[in-house]
Design a protein around this ligand. Structure first.
Ligand SMILES: [Fe+2]
Length: 271
């Protein structure tokens, strides 16, 4: 039954995305980009769920989340001709509104529906909302990872060598501290690169980080950073973090919580 529902959802989403096709080359390019991203995130969500050893039911749920996570993007671009949330509206919230109009969502149990909506609502936020339900946190983390892995692919052709403007001090500070920054305050091209690097600290599963590394996404960004100054301290920190996290196993007891420094140490002791 869940399989049939997923099949119906795929069929509906395929024609929904195609309904936004346009003769305007700019709109068409944007819609095709999101159509491809949707397909990739759907496939990655499924693979990650399988890797984590989730149940057959939960693997299908993860696939649904990938399928619908950016549904709001299509209406967003049509209404505002931009994918910039700050200049239009939050595309995850818009997606929740679109999903609310779909009757087939009622074929999911209330619990699964809430899980799906929570993960989608939180896929693009700076941090996942406080939530006591560990299943909701787990699925939100899974979806954020699947989305990030594919966003690195999408952005890969647009990494440029430094234009000499350098970093804004607050962005450099966040990068050195291994924290996330407020994307809306990006001022320079080099800030943008730091944001892509800061995402590494927000990747939840070593499975995802390993794939980000295997594709060469991190090295490509590092190669385009200005080489001088304190940024190199941040690069060293990042490399050490990546190496340690990639060596960790994705055990579910860890995936339910934020993986911090103590978790690393505890996990390393257990190897
Ligand atoms: Fe998104």
């Amino acid at each position: 039954m869940m399989k049939d529902l997923l099949q119906d959802m795929h069929a509906w989403m395929n024609s929904y995305m195609k309904s936004f096709y346009s003769k305007d080359a700019k709109i068409q390019e944007a819609i095709l980009l999101k159509e491809k991203h949707t397909g990739c995130v759907t496939a990655i969500s499924r693979k990650l769920a399988e890797h984590l050893g989730l149940s057959a039911h939960d693997i299908l749920l993860a696939e649904m989340m990938g399928l619908f996570h950016d549904i709001g993007r299509f209406r967003q671009f049509t209404l505002y001709q931009t994918f910039n949330d700050a200049e239009s509206e939050d595309h995850a919230e818009l997606g929740i509104k679109v999903l609310g109009e779909l009757s087939f969502l009622q074929r999911l149990s209330l619990e699964d529906r809430e899980l799906l909506l929570f993960a989608i609502k939180n896929h693009n936020k700076k941090v996942i909302a406080d939530e006591a339900d560990e299943r909701k946190i787990l699925f939100a983390r899974l979806l954020r990872d699947a989305d990030k892995l594919d966003i690195y692919r999408v952005l890969f052709p647009y990494i440029l060598t430094s234009d000499g403007q350098g970093f804004s001090p607050d962005f450099l500070e966040c990068f050195l501290a291994g924290e996330q920054c407020d994307y809306a305050r990006i001022r320079t091209q080099d800030d943008r690169k730091l944001v892509r690097l800061m995402w590494v600290y927000d990747v939840n599963f070593s499975w995802t980080l390993q794939r980000i590394c295997d594709h060469g996404y991190i090295e490509a960004i590092l190669a385009c950073l200005p080489q001088e100054g304190p940024v190199q301290l941040g690069v060293q920190r990042l490399r050490a973090y990546v190496e340690r996290k990639c060596r960790m196993e994705d055990m579910l007891f860890l995936t339910h919580r934020h993986i911090n420094q103590e978790d690393f140490e505890a996990a390393e002791e257990n190897i």
